[in-house]
Design a binder for this molecule. Structure first.
Ligand code: AMP
Ligand code: GLY
Length: 422
């Protein structure tokens, strides 16, 4: 079968590497892909948000199946447009992708169906929000309603920060239209867990759990980023916690979306916080996480494409999804200055890949057989092993071998997880 994958980051590289193992697939295109993905798929210079061009390409190339990986095209209705021309897809339609596309929608969904999450208020004008924040408990969390490149969440530790956040989102429109509405919510505490789950709208099959490291600096200091590294499984996510999450969060969410006439099919991402009052939803994403996918998929034993087809055809069963016993670690190598300002165009030399240690390329382009940096997050150096400690050590061993003058990485990916295991 001819498959196309929409997107061009490390997550897409991991998805493509997994799909490549499927005997059912004869050809993989990546739209637009990147300089590293080019070794595993044919890259086509079409942007992930250019839905008319994506549809034309699918028609002209007789594509059999599409994996729509990033949030933007999903929220814009890429799956709907491809389904209209008869191309089967992995990913939710526009009606269901709203679970990530609008935080007001997802918060109201959780409230209506009793799914545990932080207490919240919604505002559609700055005046009311500012008034509310004069007396709200601090710290408080302020979230732009729409997509904001992962930056639309502000944790205000002082009242001034909270008021400034509202002004910059609602008056200065730093996130554009995404900030027309805001959610102001209770600050929660506890370890965070990412759980990606396959669902065909009837059955929910969680994948191995993972832990992201969102801050740019060691010991969770510095600015929030798209994610500086991940480990799987997440040791805080015990079997007992998993059971509670399935009963109080995963199944109720899928059922709630069905009740709303917005059946979700694809990968549903649960961003959870294990609070003293039990697991609560911090956020939903309508897609595979990045860089969670880079540690989850290397541990998948089953054929990813078979699972994806079952999701599309609504024949998913838990038996189809088997994971290896071991652990994985992904260390992100980013351009110096990320997530604020950085330069591109530095040459990168990668260490030799082995069976259990490899590099997913997130932001680089290839020229004359060489690789050059072209993004904030550039590489995801990943390793798998039978224990988390070994996976972390192996990932760092490979990271140290990367030649990339303008790169930096956190030195403590996996530390919190390893401390939890002590
Ligand atoms: P998000 O973009 O929704 O993933 O939020 C980014 C990060 O902000 C999360 O990973 C949490 O660390 C933090 N966060 C979001 N909501 C809350 C909350 N209600 N309480 C505490 N931390 C939060
Ligand atoms: N790693 C968080 C996300 O994919 O949104």
């Amino acid at each position: 079968m001819k498959v196309m994958v929409i997107g061009g980051g490390g997550r897409e590289h991991a998805i493509i590497k997994s799909l490549k193992k499927s005997p059912k697939i004869s050809k993989i295109f990546a739209l637009p892909g990147n300089g590293g993905i080019a070794n595993d798929a044919e890259c086509v210079n079409i942007g992930a948000k250019d839905i008319p061009a994506i549809v034309d390409f699918a028609k002209n190339e007789n594509i059999d199946y599409a994996v729509v990986a990033p949030d933007d095209p999903l929220v814009l209705g890429c799956v709907d447009a491809l389904n209209e021309i008869g191309v089967k897809c992995f990913g939710p339609n526009k009606a269901a992708a709203i679970i990530e596309g609008s935080k007001v929608f997802s918060k109201n969904l959780m409230k209506k169906y009793g799914i545990p999450t932080a207490e919240y208020f919604v505002f559609d004008n700055a005046e009311d929000a500012l008034k509310h924040l004069q007396t709200a408990e601090i710290p408080v969390v302020i979230k732009a309603d729409g997509l904001a490149l992962g930056k639309g969440v502000i944790i205000a530790n002082t009242r001034k920060e909270a008021l400034d956040a509202v002004r910059s989102i609602m008056e200065d429109k730093v996130f554009g239209e995404s900030g027309n509405n805001i959610v102001v919510e209770e600050f929660l505490t506890g370890p965070e867990v990412s759980v990606l789950a396959f669902t065909d709208g009837k059955t929910v099959v969680p994948m191995v759990s993972s832990m992201d490291h969102k801050r740019a600096g060691d010991n969770d200091t510095g600015l929030n980023t798209g994610g500086m590294g991940t480990v799987a499984p997440n040791p805080y996510y015990t079997e007992e916690v998993a059971e509670v999450c399935m009963e109080t969060i995963f199944l109720p969410t899928v059922n709630a979306m069905n009740s709303e006439g917005r059946t979700f099919k694809g990968c549903l991402y649960f961003g959870l916080m294990l609070t003293p009052k039990g697991p609560k939803v911090i956020e939903y994403n309508c897609r595979f996480g990045d860089p969670e996918t880079q540690v989850v998929l290397p541990l998948l034993e089953s054929d990813l494409f078979t699972i994806m087809q079952a999701v599309t055809d609504e024949t998913l069963t838990p038996e189809m999804v088997k994971f290896k016993k071991g652990a994985a670690c992904c260390v992100i190598v980013a351009s110096k200055g990320y997530p604020v300002k950085y330069e591109n165009g530095f040459e990168i030399k990668l260490p030799e890949a082995t069976e259990d240690s490899f590099v997913y390329v997130a932001g680089a382009k290839a020229e004359a057989g060489k690789l050059f940096s072209a993004g904030g997050r550039v590489l995801g150096v990943t390793a798998i092993a039978d224990t988390l400690k070994k996976a972390v050590d192996k990932a760092y061993e490979a990271t140290e071998k990367v030649e990339f003058e303008n790169g930096f990485y956190r030195k403590d990916i996996g530390k919190r997880a390893l401390d939890c295991l002590k």
